[in-house]
Design a binder for this molecule. Structure first.
Ligand code: DAH
Length: 377
């Protein structure tokens, strides 16, 4: 058994020599000082304070020393490590302060700068109103039906009992796309931009078996000049009901329900005035009670109404019982089935309902017009 190592000289332990410890300390201090950012400081910390750093390894050597040498070496290493930790903490807070200052500048938001965010759009009120009208009828079991805007003359006119000599076939109203001579595959029918949504009635009756209940919104075309009350492209909504035993009373009840749903129930109703349309028999012009004065301005000079010129009624569109000739043209037996229909312009309805005074506002696409109508979906 060997005797205790009384002559143990700590100077002989290479890692614990004072100049070695100083070198380790100075290297650590230099590395911290050289760290340009917190990432580099983290690397220097691992290298000089981590479990395998020179000072940590030196510290481990101390345990094997005799008591006197242990105390001296412990003091030396402890002081060095203390200095290293202190320098690390100092550099750490220095670099953190630098980073915070830089982030404040780099990520600053100047709330006074003018913004260039694109303004959110809004749905066009014609679309919203059209969908609203559709919804009223969908809730009653009607289906929404659509047809093409470039339409065969046969659907737009002939099947609707509008003969070749009818004034609506004249060029003043209709945009002709293709003459009958040049139109292949149309059975001798030319192509027009549909002048109303009524051809969708024909398509619905041909496509479906009665009973047929459809609501047909859509864009229509007439060669009018654009002015405050006309536009060559506008929108209509058409309604068609074909079933057994339908009468004009059903038409009237349906119209009353629609204006009540659109303008609020109290006192809203419609009236029918005799008129002529080739595709309905009998035909009528439909008026609704003025939604502003609800008829109270009539004969009441104390309460004049600008909206209806104190007439109490506002003209809405056309309606009637489907002409048996139309049913026949679509292969529906007029002995068994009867139907009612109506059609009106959505632009006009929008003018009443929202006090829009100039139709040009509806077609110009200026967001300042659409935005106040909101984002109703
Ligand atoms: N299509 C007609 C027009 O554009 C409006 C119309 C009238 C539609 C009477 C109908 C109706 O369904 O029954 O002037």
């Amino acid at each position: 058994m060997s005797a205790p190592n009384k002559s143990y000289d700590p100077v002989e332990v290479e890692a614990l020599k004072p100049e070695e410890i100083e070198r380790m300390r100075d290297e650590a201090l230099a590395a911290f000082a050289a760290a340009a950012d917190l990432d580099q400081l983290q690397e220097a910390k691992t290298a000089h304070c981590g479990g395998t750093s020179p000072l940590a390894l030196a510290n481990r050597e101390i345990g094997a020393l005799p008591p006197q040498a242990k105390a001296e070496a412990g003091k030396r290493v402890g002081m060095a490590r203390g200095a290293v930790n202190k320098a690390l903490a100092a550099r750490q807070s220095e670099l953190e302060a630098e980073r915070d200052a830089r982030v404040l500048v780099e990520e600053a938001v100047d709330v006074t700068l003018p913004h260039d965010r694109v303004a959110a759009g809004a749905r066009h009120p014609l679309t919203t109103l059209s969908e609203r009208i559709e919804d009223i009828f969908v809730a009653m079991g009607y289906a929404v039906a659509e047809g093409p805007e470039a339409e065969a003359e046969w659907f737009n006119f002939d099947a609707l009992n509008i003969g070749p000599d009818h004034p609506a076939r004249g060029e003043q109203d209709t945009f002709f796309v293709q003459g009958a001579e040049g139109a292949e595959g149309t059975d001798g029918s030319g192509v027009v931009l549909r002048t109303h949504t009524s051809p969708v009635q024909i398509r619905s009756l041909i496509d479906r078996e009665p009973p047929v209940y459809v609501i047909c919104p859509g864009r229509v075309y007439r060669s009018d000049e654009l002015d405050a009350t006309h536009t060559p492209v506008f929108h209509q909504v058409e309604l068609l009901a074909v079933d057994e035993g339908l009468t004009m009373a059903d038409l009237k009840g349906t119209l009353d329900h629609m204006v009540q749903a659109l303008f609020g129930g109290e006192g809203m109703k419609t009236r029918l005035r005799p008129n002529f349309f080739p595709f309905t028999e009998p035909s009528a012009e439909m008026d609704m009670v003025c939604y502003v004065c609800r008829g109270e301005s009539v004969g009441n000079p104390d309460r004049p109404c600008r909206t209806c010129s104190s007439e109490g009624w506002i003209e809405l569109g056309g309606c009637g019982m489907v002409n048996p000739k139309v049913l026949q043209a679509c292969g529906v037996d007029p002995e068994k089935y009867s139907g009612f229909a109506f059609g009106f312009g959505i632009e006009r309805m929008l003018m009443f309902r929202h006090n829009v005074e100039d139709m040009r506002d509806m077609v110009e696409g200026d967001i300042r017009f659409t935005r106040p109508f909101g984002m109703e979906i």
